[in-house]
Design a binder for this molecule. Structure first.
Ligand SMILES: NC(=O)c1ccc[n+]([C@@H]2O[C@H](COP(=O)([O-])OP(=O)(O)OC[C@H]3O[C@@H](n4cnc5c(N)ncnc54)[C@H](OP(=O)(O)O)[C@@H]3O)[C@@H](O)[C@H]2O)c1
Length: 326
């Protein structure tokens, strides 16, 4: 039985409108149209999503994790990436979706690192082989990175050397070599990168050592150079803060590397130095290079967007309790 519209009360009128609207909605013709639209929308979203992330992913599992990559699409220069800590940083950055500009002097080692990075999902890798203490090479590194990728977001000043030499007998040559690589090279390489970092609102990470918070006998000149690097971090962070560029330091404890295997104690035994450092580390182990790389990746990412001028110790508790290595 039908009710004439004119006799409906306002509330019953609303109910009537709702009911007729619903009837239209579920009418097979409308339903089919909505279903097709909905299907096309989902398909379009999936295709866009895949197209966007395909270049960073090798497997469907990586496709899912790609969404969470902290450095997705960022371009990073990592000095000293042909071995040790630098190779670990390159690997961690690869897994976080960065595009890499890697550099060192040993081509064979660098090629091995590139292979590992590609396996880890990074398809965009540039390599430059050369001596970072040379002006011309630093210029080539920055210019070629900008040319290949169009921008520079992160600079990791990692290349460094150490040798045990008590201050009383340190030679001018030892001092010059450590200062040239650990202090001068980061300063003048960073200067070249600054205009690009300002453009990208990027950041710089300098690799120092946990040794700057303690005493490692024989490490005087090395630690002097790293303290200078930390001063460089703070002053540059202050100069660039208003330009949106962050500058931080990471202070590693022991990480197995060529540098560690080259440092020998007074009995001429490198392995003993490593053992003593691990013994002095409350966590009782060394840090894997890639594990250190993930700390650097965190500081380089937007997740650390409010951190600048900071020194971030990652030393398994080495400097928490230990005044010196015996
Ligand atoms: N390993 C640790 O326990 C530890 C602890 C605290 C701090 N760190 C710091 O971590 C950084 C990396 O050290 P690491 O232990 O990984 O040492 P590493 O294995 O000896 O690596 C040093 C890197 O620097 C590069 N390099 C050295 N001299 C260079 C030069 N003149 N021009 C260009 N590249 C040069 C090396 O490249 P080539 O081999 O290709 O020449 C290599 O890639 C250093 O700054 C170090 O002070 C390390």
């Amino acid at each position: 039985m039908f009710t004439p519209l004119s006799t409906l009360s306002p509330i019953r009128g609303q109910l009537w409108k709702l009911a007729s609207g619903f009837a239209l909605l579920v009418h097979p013709r409308h339903l089919a149209r909505k279903f097709v639209r909905c299907f096309l929308l989902i398909q379009y979203t999936v295709i866009c999503w895949c197209a966007r992330y395909y270049r960073y992913c090798n497997t469907p599992a990586e496709l899912v994790t790609a969404v969470e990559m902290a450095l997705r699409g960022l371009v990073a220069i990592i000095t000293g990436s042909s071995s040790g800590v630098g190779a670990g940083i390159a690997l961690a950055f690869s897994k976080e979706g960065a595009k890499l500009s890697l550099t060192g002097r040993n081509l064979k080692n660098l090629e091995e690192v590139v292979k590992d990075c590609k396996k880890a999902g990074c398809q965009d890798v540039l390599t430059n082989v050369g001596d970072i203490t040379q002006d011309a090479f630093r210029k080539t590194l920055v210019e070629s990175t900008k040319k290949k990728f169009g921008k520079i977001d992160v600079l990791v000043n990692n290349a460094g050397i150490s040798s045990l030499c008590p201050l009383q007998s340190a030679t001018k040559d030892q001092y010059d070599r450590m200062m040239a690589l650990n202090v001068e090279a980061p300063l003048f390489l960073t200067q070249l990168a600054i205009p690009h970092l300002i453009e990208s609102k990027g950041n710089v990470i300098n690799i120092s050592t946990a040794g700057t918070s303690t005493i490692a006998p024989g490490g005087g000149v090395y630690v002097m150079s790293k303290v200078a690097l930390e001063a460089f971090t703070r002053y540059l962070a202050q100069e660039l803060a208003t330009k949106g560029v962050r500058v931080n330091t990471v202070n590693p404890g022991i990480v197995p590397s060529q540098m560690i295997s080259r440092i020998v104690d007074d009995k001429g035994q490198a392995a003993e130095v490593e053992k003593a450092m691990i013994k002095a580390t409350p966590m009782g182990r060394a840090c894997a290079p890639e594990e250190m790389g993930h700390i650097v990746a965190f500081l380089a990412s937007d997740k650390a967007g409010f951190v600048t001028g900071e020194s971030f110790r990652a030393d398994g508790g080495f400097t928490m309790t230990t005044p010196a290595i015996a």
